[in-house]
Ligand binder design. Sequence first.
Ligand code: FAD
Length: 513
Amino acid sequence: MPDFTPAAPPALPALLPQAARPHAVVIGSGFGGLAAAIRLGARGYRVTVLERLAEPGGRARVHRECGFTFDAGPTIVTAPFLLEELWALCGRRMADDIDLRALDPFYRIRFDDGATFTYSGDQAAMRAQIAAFNPGDLAGYERFMALSAETCRIGFEQLGHTPFGHWTDMAKVAPGLARLQAWRSVYRTAAAHFRDERLRTVFSFHPLLIGGNPFAASGIYALISHLEQRWGVHWAMGGTGSLIQGLVRLIEGQGGRLRCEAEVARITLAGRRATGVQLADGETITADVVVSNADAAWTYGKLLPNLPRRRWTDAKLARARYSMSLFVWYFGTRRRYDSVGHHTILLGPRYRGLLRDIFTRKHLAEDCSLYLHRPTATDPSMAPPGCDAFYVLSPVPHLGSGLDWAQQAEPYRQMIARRLHETLLPGFEQEVVTSRLATPQHFRDDLLAVHGAAFGLEPVLTQSAWFRPHNRSEEVERLYLVGAGTHPGAGIPGVISSAKVLDSVVPHASALA
Ligand SMILES: Cc1cc2nc3c(=O)[nH]c(=O)nc-3n(C[C@H](O)[C@H](O)[C@H](O)COP(=O)(O)OP(=O)(O)OC[C@H]3O[C@@H](n4cnc5c(N)ncnc54)[C@H](O)[C@@H]3O)c2cc1C
């Protein structure tokens, strides 16, 4: 396991009263923003987190309806040591606040013909599953997992927390990337190890969890297979929202402050140096450092209105590739479906063709592949007694598609309902007692995501590491970026790692006091 013992901060800031400490403003309270706030608090800053929505969490906020609890976004918690490290920075133990349970199996992948691959961390069970699909692929599986482990060591443990502030940082890692054949897509990496097309799908779909197309995302993302096997797939009892609440409590314990319904309209500047923020209602807040957890493309495109940008110009932002979006249907049923596991991936008839429709053609297909979340399989507290909470998620094109989701949402929901009825949940619609939708327009309008992309910039090699918006802004001094749109990228481990990079690029508060 990587070393996550935090270095003890110098004594000076601890001696300063809160009001005398340098002030850090964090724009946005997603996992990345909250992790950044904790790191800055631990480095001696007085921290204010500004969130435009009524509650914290961003993509990980919570909807509560009729006794059901719906986590809006992330449900699969991997690399828990990254979270534990945040608790440790505050002198606490995560286990005292959060009941994190390892899931077994991780998930079930159901193919269109009904065949199901049960994916777990148990090696013997995994080999048995592979043998059931194609015994000839067992040797390829061993080689794939060895490659995944090596990729994880370089791509996650070494590069995930490295600030790629200079092109020479990229040059230094180029030999390692070349050795891992990082230019190959994840699908091609899987195809080089498995002959069975279904197993190629099982071992290549992971980039979709962070907004990437398996046929375009760098083979580096094959690391996710090892990451899951090595540290497990977890569920936080009470939902992912309990992690958000726990992080907020850590910030408050450090003397930091979260202000909701506080939308930042622009970052204020003196020349090319950040001096604070102005809120949409006109209030100005001064700061010694500003960290933006808002969408990276939004930060550059909208929050620095009068700044001539050198790198992240409007033209470059317009040319950039954005991740897919998502259609999410949250629903509660008045009965339980105990045959349905916690995480199910329900594949449709097409893999490559569907992904081409979503990522390249920006076309809303008539078929779909779904992820079905049933937290009540593990945690009955997510619904009233005897009931089930669900969400079903379908990857769809971002708003570059030109689709009007106000028109499209209901027919699309009905198509998904038919699919669920025909596969895992026969007749379930009569049992639904609460229902809510999120469409790409919601990602644009509520979360201020450019094109309503659910995961920020698409994770392709040409938009990774140095090529991604840097954690220390290239445009403005004392401005830093965290979250899915910056390095290393989307997903809870990615955005928490982006905050960890701040330790290398933000001056310690004692240097500014
Ligand atoms: C449906 C869904 C399922 C997912 N499932 C998983 C999963 O199972 N596991 C996993 O690891 N990852 C998953 N992800 C990805 C993961 O949730 C995200 O990558 C991650 O949570 C993004 O965190 P972030 O730090 O980038 O901030 P965000 O969550 O994007 O939050 C940014 C915050 O900034 C606020 N903000 C924006 N602009 C302003 C402004 N001008 N002023 C003030 N506030 C502002 C927004 O309101 C928002 O609250 C999922 C994502 C989605 C959408």
